[in-house]
Design a protein around this ligand. Structure first.
Ligand SMILES: [Zn+2]
Length: 402
């Protein structure tokens, strides 16, 4: 049966906004975008877009479904058996989808839970976003994320670690180029995997047709990763001009994950977040916001990524990231593109997802009102009235049939 979204505002994701447009979905695809007088196939389900806006399904380029957003999720994860993590992660995946996020890139799982989740969603066993998974992130011994990463030292071992992830079904390889906030005793600005180590991992990924991403906060680590051929920079706290120039030239995306710092700062140690994490967050914040501005001025690709699962950065709050970008100098249109077209390109899925275009998969999100006028409305859960994934309405089906 066909579904038609009738006469309203359509944010195509590619910079175009259509007024009084109708969108016809047949099977799993968008088949037509038309004007007021578009013929509606007999028997179609119609959904009014009056007073609403239709978006491509949002894409979060950086989540951790194994982390639950508790005050010390990494500490908690270390002591939990895989079945416990898996059961909870399936619920968190559902909450993510219900929040309008139809695709995610999971950037570090544990015990294969991320992979099992991806398969369960693919087969229709559970509901959740389409997933790309990195499996274990690769870090140096004792480096950021070692609690649930694959520790590897020297180019040969990193190469092997990357091959292991690919063998195990990873869609991408994540490498840790610097320290970070949530691991005690490591410095966000300090280099970790070396340029040679990063290059070995990246070479293996690219040989297997996989993209690569790096957790990189400090400038030297960012530059190491860029010289080694990385495809996206996660966090990018201490971006400099050299890094921005390289990123622009090679269309390397920045996935800033401002949400992570926002929630840690908001809840602080009173919320139970470990003091070391709060201290580091407050220290990097001004630099992080500066990188954000620099990325915008340089015209870099900035993709929405939340680091969901980190303290109080709960799965289902993902759209907060675009609101935070808008509060930090991005126009609504720019912010909304980070979570649609640009995130799709960052994941290598832009041929299928990220825009409302004929032929694309029908991952669509309908919201009450117009976030282009006021993006803050995305923070209210009731704004999000309908989620469609692959042509199936997975949330909100009150509209009548004709
Ligand atoms: Zn992360």
């Amino acid at each position: 049966m066909a579904t038609v979204f009738v006469q309203g505002l359509v944010f195509a994701g590619d910079g175009q906004v259509f007024e009084k447009a109708s969108v016809l979905v047949e099977g799993e695809r968008i088949v037509k975008i038309g004007k007021e007088n578009m013929a509606i196939p007999r028997g179609s389900k119609t959904i009014s877009l009056e007073g609403r806006t239709l978006f491509p399904g949002f894409i979060d380029a950086h989540v951790h479904l194994c982390l639950d957003g508790s005050p010390d999720p990494v500490g908690k994860l270390a002591s939990e058996p895989a079945p416990v993590i898996a059961v909870r992660a399936s619920q968190l995946a559902r909450e993510t989808l219900m929040a309008g996020v139809t695709t995610v890139r999971d950037m570090g799982g544990k015990d294969g839970v991320d992979l099992a989740l991806r398969e369960a969603i693919r087969s229709g066993t559970i509901r959740g976003p389409r997933m790309l998974v990195s499996r274990s992130m690769i870090c140096m011994t004792g480096g950021h994320g070692w609690q649930f990463g694959r520790q590897a030292d020297g180019p040969d071992e990193v190469r092997k670690a990357a091959r292991e992830q690919i063998k195990g079904g990873a869609d991408l390889i994540k490498l840790m180029a610097t320290g970070g906030v949530l691991t005690p005793g490591v410095e966000p600005g300090a280099e970790q995997l070396t340029e040679e180590e990063l290059r070995a991992g990246i070479e293996e990924a690219h040989k297997a047709g996989r993209k690569t991403a790096t957790h990189a906060m400090g400038t030297r680590g960012i530059l190491n990763a860029l010289r080694a051929g990385i495809d996206s920079i996660e966090h990018g706290v201490y971006l400099d001009e050299e890094a921005a120039t390289l990123m622009k030239k090679r269309r390397v995306a920045l996935v800033p994950t401002i949400s992570a710092l926002y929630h840690i700062e908001e809840m602080g140690t009173e919320g139970g977040i470990p003091a070391f994490a709060v201290e580091k967050t407050l220290r990097v914040k001004p630099h992080h916001l500066n990188s954000l501005r620099m990325a915008r001025e340089a015209g870099l690709l900035v993709a929405m990524g939340t680091d969901a699962g980190t303290p109080f950065n709960r799965h289902g709050l993902n759209l907060t990231e675009m609101v935070l970008l808008a509060r930090n100098g991005y126009s609504s249109t720019e912010a909304l593109q980070t979570g649609t077209r640009i995130a799709a390109e960052t994941l290598g899925l832009d041929k299928l997802l990220g825009t409302v275009k004929e032929g694309k998969l029908a991952d669509l999100v309908m919201v009450e009102g117009n976030p282009l006028d006021n993006i803050e409305i995305l923070l209210k859960p009731e704004t999000l009235v309908l989620v469609m994934q692959g042509g199936n309405i997975v949330k909100g089906e009150k509209d009548k049939n004709v």
